[in-house]
Design a protein around this ligand. Structure first.
Ligand code: ZN
Length: 304
C-alpha cells in the first residue's frame, strides 16, 4: 500500500513532466473513482485545464490546475499513477514493456486516463478500485485537510510537536504512528521501520515517551521516510513509480516483513505480532518497551 515515500516518489518524478502541459481530456472509466461526482462531470471539469504542478499532502497527490483548482487523488491500496508514452509502454501492473494495443492487465485496471497535449497519457490504474479523485478549489484545501496531522518532512515536525500530540495517549506506539490525524503519510511499513530505528517497542503506550524517546522517534520517522524516498519507494505488491518501475526499498527493510530473520544489529531475531489488526515486525532484544506513566489522581466523581 503506497505510503508517503511512494506518493512523494511519484510526485517528484512526474511534476517536471506535467507542469505546463494541457490536459486535452480526462476520461473516467470507473464511477467509484470520482464518486459522488459522475465520471463525465469530473472529466468535463478537468478537460482543457493546464497543469500547474504536482504535490503531496500526507498520502494524497495534488494535481494543480489553472483557475486555482486542485485535483486531489488517493492511491489507497493498489492505485498507481503512471506516465505512458510512445510505442514502449511499461505495464504498471506487470512491470514489463509492451506495445500499444496489446491487451494488458493495466488496461483492464485502468480507472482514468489523462490525454496530454504532447501525446503522452497519464494512467490511473487500480485493480482493487479503492483509489479516488475529487476536484477542489484551492481555497477549500485547508478545510479538507484540517484533520490531517503534521507533515513529517516539514520543519513543523519537532520532538515538541510529537510530545504534544502523544501526551495522555494510551494507544500503542504502532497505532499512534498509523493515525493520520497525528502524523500524515506514515503507514504500516514505515511505522515498523521508524520504531526499530528509534529502538522503541511497538506496544509502548504513546503517552509514555520521555523527551529522549520523542527526539529519537522524530529522527527515526524522518530517516525511515527519507530512506524510502531514496530507494524510490517500496514494492511489496502493486506499487509502481511514475514511470511504471518497481521501488527498491523492500530490499532494504530493517525489520518489516523480516520475521525470523536476524536483527540488523546482530542481536536477536525479528518477530511478528499483530497490533490493531496490522502485522507488526520488531526486534524484542533492541526495542525497549516503555511503561505507562503512573496515572494522576482524578478529581473525585460525583456520586450517582
Ligand atoms: Zn535487535
Amino acid at each position: 500500500m503506497p505510503e508517503l515515500p511512494e506518493v512523494e516518489t511519484v510526485a517528484r518524478q512526474l511534476e517536471p513532466e506535467l507542469e505546463g502541459r494541457r490536459i486535452e481530456r480526462l476520461e473516467v472509466y470507473d464511477p467509484r473513482w470520482s464518486r459522488p461526482v459522475p465520471p463525465e462531470q469530473l472529466g468535463d471539469a478537468v478537460s482543457g485545464a493546464t497543469i500547474t504542478g504536482l504535490g503531496r499532502r500526507g498520502k494524497y497527490l495534488l494535481l494543480g490546475l489553472d483557475g486555482d483548482r486542485t485535483l486531489v487523488m488517493h492511491l489507497r491500496m493498489t492505485g498507481n499513477l503512471v506516465l505512458v508514452e510512445g510505442e514502449d509502454v511499461i505495464d504498471p501492473a506487470e512491470g514489463r514493456t509492451l506495445y500499444l494495443g496489446e491487451r494488458t492487465s493495466s488496461e483492464r485496471h485502468l480507472r482514468a486516463r489523462f490525454v496530454l497535449d504532447d501525446g503522452r497519457e497519464l494512467w490511473f490504474t487500480d485493480p482493487r478500485r479503492f483509489g479516488e479523485a475529487f476536484l477542489l478549489d484551492d481555497a477549500d484545501l485547508p478545510l479538507r485537510f484540517s484533520r490531517l496531522g503534521v507533515e513529517p518532512l516539514s520543519e513543523d515536525f519537532t520532538p515538541e510537536e510529537l510530545g504534544r500530540v502523544a501526551a495522555g495517549r494510551t494507544a500503542p506506539l504502532k497505532s499512534f504512528l498509523l493515525d493520520q490525524s497525528v502524523i500524515a503519510g506514515v503507514g504500516n511499513i514505515y511505522a515498523d521501520e521508524a520504531l526499530y530505528r528509534a529502538r522503541l517497542h511497538p506496544l509502548s503506550p504513546a503517552g509514555s515517551m520521555k523527551p529522549e524517546h520523542l527526539a529519537a522517534l522524530r529522527d527515526a520517522v524522518v530517516a525511515a521516510l527519507e530512506a524510502g524516498i531514496d530507494a524510490g519507494g517500496s514494492t511489496i505488491d502493486d506499487y509502481r513509480d511514475g514511470r511504471g518501475e518497481k521501488g527498491m526499498m523492500q530490499e532494504k527493510f530493517l525489520v518489516h516483513t523480516r520475521e525470523g530473520k536476524p536483527c540488523p544489529s546482530g542481536d536477536g531475531e525479528v518477530v511478528r505480532i499483530v497490533v490493531g489488526g496490522r502485522s507488526t515486525y520488531f526486534c524484542p532484544e533492541c526495542q525497549v518497551r516503555l511503561r505507562r506513566k503512573p496515572k494522576r489522581r482524578r478529581p473525585a466523581r460525583r456520586a450517582k
